[in-house]
Design a protein around this ligand. Structure first.
Ligand SMILES: N[C@@H](CCC(=O)N[C@@H](CS)C(=O)NCC(=O)O)C(=O)O
Length: 199
């Protein structure tokens, strides 16, 4: 059985939990307290970060790498596109999400209000640039739910928690977020602390 070492409020672990629940497979989630890390996490991941996936002698870190592995191992429903061109585009998109959105989360959580406000603005502006996509399609890669939607969901769920307010023109993006949150397994994939982030 797969075991996922997961942070209870960590957006990257949240991504992996979403995929595990979307696939409807058997797995165990091990909550890791990042303020009091155990030795086994350091052994599994020298960077001391969650998420980590363990399956027999395979130990994987990095949320996107873990999620691609789960997707290939359990292909239904398939979350990465089958076509190589679309697959490459999806990977580039995932990379851009890290650079344009997720890499700013650390700064948003900074105690320096100037740093966090600057980071909030970058994320708000980069998210707003995605809005036109939803004029013609329901999800990021078209009309099918995909890995890109998985990847962005934890950020959209945390907008209020991070103090990010989107402009009125972003209404289609917020509607899209509601579509993501209303997926049948979505609530199951969250920890109690994540559920409490948004009422
Ligand atoms: N690039 C990694 C990022 C993972 C990451 O930053 N995890 C943080 C939690 S948000 C962590 O475990 N930090 C270790 C710590 O806080 O001690 C991924 O995509 O999985």
């Amino acid at each position: 059985m797969m075991r996922l070492y997961s942070g209870t409020v960590d957006p990257y672990s949240h991504r992996c939990r979403i995929v595990l629940f979307e696939k409807g497979m058997d797995f165990e989630v091990i909550d890791v307290d990042l303020t009091n890390k155990t030795e086994d996490l350091a052994i599994l991941n020298p960077y001391g970060e969650v998420p980590v996936l363990v399956e027999r002698d395979l130990v994987l870190s990095e949320a996107n790498i873990i999620n691609e592995y789960i997707d290939e191992r359990f292909p239904h429903p398939q979350l990465m596109p089958a076509d190589p061109v679309m697959r490459a585009r999806a990977r580039l998109f995932l990379y851009n999400f890290e650079k344009d959105l997720f890499s700013h989360i650390k700064d948003i959580e900074s105690n320096d209000e100037q740093v966090s406000e600057r980071a909030r603005k970058v994320v708000r502006d980069n998210l707003t640039q995605l809005v036109p996509i939803f004029a013609k399609q329901s999800y990021l890669m078209g009309d099918e739910y995909s890995m890109l939607d998985v990847a962005i969901t934890p950020l959209l769920w945390r907008l209020g928690h991070y103090g990010i307010e989107l402009p009125n023109q972003a209404a289609p993006l917020l509607k899209y977020a509601e579509r993501l949150f209303s997926r049948p397994m979505y609530a199951e994939a969250m920890t109690p602390s994540e559920k409490a982030m948004r009422k």
